[in-house]
Design a binder for this molecule. Structure first.
Ligand SMILES: *Cc1c(COP(=O)(O)O)cnc(C)c1O
Length: 350
């Protein structure tokens, strides 16, 4: 059971990363059995790594400080500088990881535009470079499930399978950015292992809707994880008594996974309650992310200001787009409050 969160006068929907540890989670952290994880001695980190490797159906897993590090380790461990990586245009790895595919991995990025964030094999095939001395050799295709910038969309598993099968037949690796794979699991009923089965490597985040303060995981075959482990040290990600953090992740898996269905319902209610001529949700709300398209120049900023004055926080998500993310700190009343705040937006007049 979770103790109620300390009251927060704001309904903070900027991201599911703002979730704070509960007293019960802090208790689990305090009593964690720890050791020096750079020596491989931390029993709690080791337990988390083997638990999550099993959950994702992979041979091994590595605990890392952030989702960005998990993704970039996957790229660095499975490609060579000068290789091509193919990604959907809105992918977190391309948009929001500070240029790391270029700076840390030396990859040539090819982005594929899609109307809805959902890659399919036809589009990937057209983007993969030919085997030709003029071209960067394809080294990796990376998928994102759920797709953040597309509004928490779930990739159809048949497309994940087809892309992976075809890409593997060309000797190219497939990575899955599964920062919110938990949500795809809860929404579809497919197991995490089924969702990750077609791909070579998968990253997951504990620091988002699962409510842990810090931490992500990369899972893959043993050889890939051994490579990633070296680069984690090189990049300064080797942590010592990290079991304190890993204990929060284990707690989150036990207590906060199944409840994601509530966040999905809250997102659905939020989108369905929107009744405003200038505000529209133009994507299916598959999981916990709602992106509101705001009509009119500068009106996205005006909406964010109006929401803040009403005690609701969102984030700008590109021109004319505002993102709201319900999470475990929100009650039904908070969602109702956010709907009222949205519908009372006066637009140009505010
Ligand atoms: C949040 C997120 C990440 C990782 O973010 P960090 O802040 O580095 O933990 C990776 N991919 C997606 C899709 C995300 O939403």
């Amino acid at each position: 059971m979770n103790t109620p969160f300390p009251s927060n006068s704001l309904v903070d929907m900027r991201s599911d990363t703002v979730t704070r540890p509960t007293p019960e989670m802090l208790e689990a952290m305090m009593i964690a059995d720890v050791g020096d994880d750079v020596f491989g001695d931390d029993p709690t980190v080791n337990r988390l790594q083997s638990t999550v490797a099993d959950l994702l159906g992979k041979e091994a897993a590595l605990y890392v400080p952030s989702g960005t590090m998990g993704n970039q380790l996957a790229l660095r461990a499975q490609t060579r500088p000068g290789d091509q990586i193919v990604l959907e245009d809105g992918a977190h790895i391309y948009r929001y990881e500070a240029g790391a595919p270029a700076a840390l991995c030396g990859l040539l990025v090819t982005c594929v535009e899609t109307p809805d964030g959902l890659l399919d094999w036809t589009r990937v095939e057209a983007a993969l470079n030919p085997d030709n001395v003029h071209c960067a050799p394809p080294g990796m295709v990376s998928l994102e499930n759920t797709h953040n910038r597309a509004g928490g969309r779930i990739l159809p598993q048949k497309d994940v399978q087809e892309i992976s099968d075809q890409v593997h037949a060309r000797g190219v690796r497939v990575h899955l950015d599964g920062a919110r794979l938990w949500h795809a699991h809860v929404a579809t009923g497919l197991t995490l292992a089924e969702l990750a089965a077609p791909v070579d490597s998968v990253s997951v985040c504990f620091s988002k809707a699962l409510g842990a303060p810090v931490g992500s995981m990369l899972a893959a075959d043993r050889a890939t994880i051994a490579q990633a482990h070296r680069f984690r040290k090189m990049w300064g990600g080797g942590m010592r008594q990290a079991g304190i953090l890993a204990a929060a992740c284990l707690y989150a898996l036990d207590h906060n996974l199944a409840r994601l269905a509530e966040d999905h319902e809250h997102a659905r209610v939020l989108a369905a309650g929107l009744d405003h001529p200038a505000l529209k949700v133009n994507h299916p709300v598959d999981t916990n992310i709602v992106i509101i398209d705001v009509e009119g120049p500068g009106q996205d900023e005006a909406l964010l200001g109006h929401l803040e004055n009403s005690g609701v926080l969102g984030v700008g998500f590109g021109p004319g787009r505002v993102r709201l993310v319900p999470h475990l700190e929100h009650s039904d009343a908070d969602i109702g409050h956010a709907v009222e705040a949205l519908n009372s937006f006066a637009g140009d007049r505010s």
